[in-house]
Design a binder for this molecule. Sequence first.
Ligand SMILES: N[C@@H](CCC(=O)N[C@@H](CS)C(=O)NCC(=O)O)C(=O)O
Length: 235
Amino acid sequence: MTPTLFYGVPEGCSLASIVALEWLGAPYALSRIVMMEHPWPADYTRHIHPLNLTPAYVTSEGAVLTQSLAILLHLAARQSHQLGYPEGTPGHDRLTETLAYLNTDFFAAFAPLWTAYEMEADPRRQQVLRDLGRAQAAAACQHVDGLLVTREWMDGGPKKTVADAYLAAVARWAEYHGVLQVEAYPHLHAHLAKLRADPAVAFSHAIERGEPVTGAGGFQGHVALANVVAQLGAG
Ligand SMILES: N[C@@H](CCC(=O)N[C@@H](CS)C(=O)NCC(=O)O)C(=O)O
């Protein structure tokens, strides 16, 4: 079957997996989840992701893979490690270290902001969470800014990798929540500008916005959850 990525809007970390698929250029399909529309489809919970999160990726063999880290490392190994490095090499170690940091500490810095975002109106608690989120996000952006002083790409290697795709997906949250000016972190700002100018990143943003897209050739269109479940042969 055509590998299929379930991505979430708005502003999902799943953007990283769309970018990576687009960079690879091999055939893939997308399936869209509007994350604020509750409840999520029962079939998604039952057959795709029991935790009701995006992304989730169905491989060409019909295996369902969840967690950005697993999906991105799976994609990084494709096509002679176009977006990563062979296991057992220093490049692979540095990439996993970078991705692990971004997927845990960096991602978690924004958790209070997302909690405030989804909270029923309670201005006092929302403000506490936003203040905490601002401080955590600022420290995380400062750290990445420091790493990028000497790095051309996010993992410090000589080529773009899935770590750059993931950074493009999650670092944008600083501005989305209106708590930081990324210009205050000049190396991070420049790196994000470089990534935003990349056709695959622009394509992925257009996909999220529901706009017509022209990709690099791999994108085979959107598929409905029911069709994916039917192809899995799930009962
Ligand atoms: N550890 C998971 C986290 C996934 C996650 O939190 N996804 C968010 C979007 S970035 C989501 O689906 N949220 C759904 C919701 O909040 O209802 C991963 O890295 O894939």
